[in-house]
Design a protein around this ligand. Structure first.
Ligand code: ZN
Length: 159
């Protein structure tokens, strides 16, 4: 069976940046399961998987605009250290905040004196990403999975 709209696809993947550092991998857990065609994985990877079959293995480098998007400088904010209450802010720490589109995750990227700089860009925004992918399963999605909008079973939702 080939990967097409509304198939449930399981992949093993390893994600690296241009320096060859591993940013994420399914090898430590179980294969990732997703419903094809719903934008559940980054656009460049979804496009590259269309028409593949079980056992296909490939590597693809995806530009930032087809992955997690370009970095938006407007999403970088500053705050006063005192706004963190008792928590001592540290570079790399992630905090939740209410943004215009609901809850967003900000990462502390700089601290100078009492000024803390926070970045709401996705941590992988602006970075070309290389995926090493192996297709491990392809099947038709069930009606229930399409209603729920996610894959069930191994690598998907359990409920
Ligand atoms: Zn469900």
């Amino acid at each position: 069976m080939q990967i097409a709209q509304h198939t449930v696809v399981s992949i093993e993947y390893t994600l690296t940046n241009d320096e060859g550092e591993v940013l994420d991998t399914s090898k430590d857990t179980e294969p990732l399961a997703y419903i094809h065609g719903l934008g559940q994985i980054v656009a460049g990877l979804e496009a590259a998987l269309l028409g593949r079959s079980v056992g296909d293995a490939f590597q693809i480098r995806i530009a930032a605009d087809q992955a997690y998007g370009e970095r938006d400088p407007e999403l970088v904010h500053t705050a006063e250290r005192a706004q963190f209450g008792g928590d001592d802010p540290e570079i790399g720490m992630q905090v939740q905040a209410e943004g215009p589109d609901g809850a967003e995750t900000l990462t502390i990227v700089a601290i100078e004196g009492d000024v803390v700089t926070l970045d709401a860009n996705h941590p992988l925004a602006g970075i070309p990403l290389t995926f090493d992918v192996t297709v491990v399963a392809v099947r038709a999605a069930t009606k229930q999975e399409l209603t729920h909008g996610h894959a069930h079973g191994a690598g998907g939702h359990d409920h």
